[in-house]
Every structure is written in C-alpha cells, then in structure tokens.
Design a protein. Structure first.
Length: 191
C-alpha cells in the first residue's frame, strides 16, 4: 500500500509546526496544568489550524497521484481530523520538553499582537514551503515591534526553545508517524 507517504507527510507537517522553536528537557512528566500551558502557547498562534491547512493542501495534491480507491481510503482514515487533533498531539510533545514557566512566557509573547503576527508569519511560511528571509520579515514590523521581538529573542524561554529544536522536531515526527499508524489500525479494525 502506498499509505506510507501520508504517515511521513503527517510527521513532516508536525515537525514544521515547531519551525523556529525548540525546548529544554523536563525532569518529570507534565501534569494537566503543564499540558494546558503547552496548548495555550500552540493555540495562541494557530499551530493546529496551520498544520491542518497544510495537511489538507498536501492531501489534495497527493490525491492526484493516487488511484481513486486509495484516495478514498485515505479520506476515510482522516475524515474526522480537526485542527485540535494536531494541537493536542503537539502539546504532548511540548509539555514533555518545556517547563511550564517557559511555556507560559512563550504564550504571553505569542498572545501579543506582535508575537502572534511574528509566529504566524514565520511558521506559516515554513509550512507552505517558503524560505523565511529575516531581512524581509523584519521590514514588516515597526521599530517598537522589532524591539519587542529582539527582547523576546533574548529571553530564557526563547533561548531554551531554540536550543532543543532538533530534539522536538524528531519527537514530533515520531509522534506523527505513530498517530498515522494508529489511525490506520483503527480504520482497519472498524472494517
């Protein structure tokens, strides 16, 4: 079966979800409040929606390459996927790697108009396959906004996020792969 590319695609999309982000290891597993802080951060800049839109766009493109019956099977497997599904999956990974304080600080920045626009712009570009040009990006912000972004870039939360990007991306890719396999098993069990 040629469903493998969909699992790879899902994991790839989830890794793009955190482009420009990374984390620091947490000594013990996250509690519900910790998970909620991760969801707050991800939700504030539309991580679930961005991933969902990219997933849908790529699915439509890939359908053209597949036999109609295979496209129908894939559609059935992922029929009930929502942006929240992607957000929840990513929040689990973030909560394992970022401290609650870092997640709260990140959420506060991304809930600001400047932080929100900055994250949406960077992540949206990466997920649509565009290269982010720092000079061009910075021209979209005024002096006060650039000061806010530069201050944030010096924060503990951002530095921790940036440091562990390779680790979090690998985990998100693995989580996406497992998610796709689970969806396939669930679908086949229902048949």
């Amino acid at each position: 079966m040629r469903l493998h590319y969909h699992w790879f695609l899902l994991s790839l999309l989830l890794s793009f979800l955190v482009a420009g982000c990374a984390t620091t290891p947490e000594a013990k597993g996250p509690d519900a409040g910790h998970q909620a802080a991760a969801k707050r951060f991800l939700h504030s800049w539309g991580a679930g929606e961005l991933t969902y839109e990219a997933f849908q766009r790529i699915h439509v493109e890939r359908v053209k390459e597949q036999p109609p019956a295979m496209a129908e099977v894939v559609q059935r497997i992922f029929a009930d996927i929502t942006p929240e599904v992607f957000e929840d999956l990513a929040a689990e990974v973030y909560a394992r790697h970022l401290g609650r304080t870092h997640l709260t600080d990140l959420a506060q920045f991304t809930e600001s108009p400047t932080g929100n626009r900055f994250f949406r712009r960077v992540v949206g570009s990466v997920m649509s396959g565009k290269t982010v040009n720092g000079s061009t990006l910075m021209q979209e912000f005024d002096a006060d906004e650039l000061t806010e972004i530069m201050k944030f870039a010096q924060s503990e939360a951002f530095l921790a996020l940036r440091q562990a990007l390779p680790t979090i991306n690998r985990e998100l890719a693995e989580a996406g792969r497992r998610f796709g396999e689970e969806r396939l098993r669930e679908y086949l069990d229902r048949q």
